[in-house]
Design a protein around this ligand. Structure first.
Ligand SMILES: NC(=O)c1ccc[n+]([C@@H]2O[C@H](COP(=O)([O-])OP(=O)(O)OC[C@H]3O[C@@H](n4cnc5c(N)ncnc54)[C@H](OP(=O)(O)O)[C@@H]3O)[C@@H](O)[C@H]2O)c1
Length: 333
């Protein structure tokens, strides 16, 4: 029998993904005791994937590495001692493995068994952004139903999850976006207000919120996009930065800090997981799957590409989107 292989999207140095990623064929052993062979069903493209490949992210992989943090697959073959319940199961690949691959051999104790009734594409988007949105809504300010919160990059994966999860908790959202045409689709997902992101948007936000300005602002952009967030916050309010899409600094004006007692915080899900532990994270995932199941959460997909078309996929990812780019293309056996 021919030796089994897998095609992978790998890199041997850190750098711009378009320069360093290559479509390669790697050897794959048969699953050993306690292991299974998994075929990819769907994998996400996230900014942190690109940061890891680029060498800028806080946590990097040893090289050579396969790209991608979030992917789900189907168990195709069981090694010795693996319970038959795993046959055909849908599983989440371990974060460190590299999800942009057709197949992988993985110890079962590193796999999360996923609900079989949910769409694999949705599950491939469920493990990072919705739990982040849930943490942002809970970890910083004790919010009450009816309160306004404000965020930039409202059409990002996190932003879209946040809009829906906030609504499910009775919270109201103002989302800043960079394109007029995003207003209606975001409203259709449950956004209360969608505004263009510009330095004077604070006045519009204050007008919307009236005498109850937001106590929580969420920033994943940086630079000028902070201004409307900071200027619309209530005295004593908190701005949480969890991303830096513009690549520009987070400048926190002395004036706001002193005269409005504003608080600047940061959030990183990886650190949260490490400090809170696996059970707390599993609870966030269970809550996410529950919301998907009852249609309280939908994770929009902009386009699906086979892994080998990664150049088109990454070019598409870099354009304005409403939803995520997914890779598919499991190799089967
Ligand atoms: N700290 C954590 O634990 C954590 C967890 C998850 C995500 N994140 C971070 O959250 C951010 C969003 O992630 P995601 O997966 O939701 O992203 P995504 O779905 O890929 O969306 C990217 C968003 O960034 C906006 N954007 C891109 N370039 C920009 C620029 N130069 N200036 C302003 N906005 C820009 C896009 O707007 P346009 O459509 O207008 O381009 C879009 O809204 C990333 O920084 C990511 O690393 C952090």
């Amino acid at each position: 029998m021919e030796a089994r292989t897998t095609e992978v999207l790998a890199h041997s140095r850190y750098g711009p993904p378009g320069d360093v990623l290559a479509w390669e064929e790697w050897a794959l052993p048969d699953p050993g005791p306690g292991e299974v062979l998994v075929g990819l069903l769907a994998a996400a493209v996230h900014p942190s994937d690109l940061g890891m490949i680029g060498g800028q992210y806080a946590r990097l992989r040893d090289l050579p590495a396969v790209g991608g943090r979030e992917g789900v697959g189907e168990v195709l073959l069981r090694g010795e001692g693996v319970d038959s319940a795993w046959e055909g199961a849908v599983v989440r690949l371990p974060d460190d493995l590299g999800a942009w691959r057709q197949r992988a051999v993985v110890p079962v104790d590193e796999l999360e068994l996923l609900p079989p009734d949910l769409d694999p594409g949705q599950l491939a988007l469920a493990g990072i952004n919705p739990p982040t949105a849930l943490c942002l809504l809970r970890e910083f300010v004790d919010l009450h139903p009816g309160e306004w919160i404000v965020q930039n990059a409202g059409n990002s994966g996190v932003g879209l999850a946040l809009i829906q999860l906030a609504r499910a908790q009775g919270l109201r959202t103002v989302s800043l976006v960079r394109r007029e045409e995003l207003r209606e689709p975001l409203r259709a997902l449950g956004a209360d207000e969608v505004l263009l992101d510009h330095p004077e948007a604070a006045e519009e936000i204050r007008e919307i919120a009236g005498d109850a300005p937001p106590r929580l602002a969420l920033n994943s952009v940086g630079g000028d996009s902070l201004r409307p967030l900071l200027r619309s916050l209530a005295t004593g309010g908190t701005l949480v930065t969890f991303g830096g899409m513009s690549g520009e600094k987070v400048r926190f004006p002395t004036r706001e800090l002193i005269f409005h007692d504003l608080r600047l915080r940061g959030f990183w899900l990886d650190l949260w997981k490490r400090t809170r532990g696996a059970d707390a994270f599993a609870a966030l995932l269970a809550e996410t799957y529950g919301a998907l199941r009852v249609d309280r959460l939908r994770l929009p997909v902009e386009a699906v590409y086979p892994l080998r078309d990664y150049r088109q996929a990454l070019a598409h990812n870099a354009r304005g989107r409403l939803g995520k780019i997914l890779f598919t293309d499991g190799g089967g056996l």
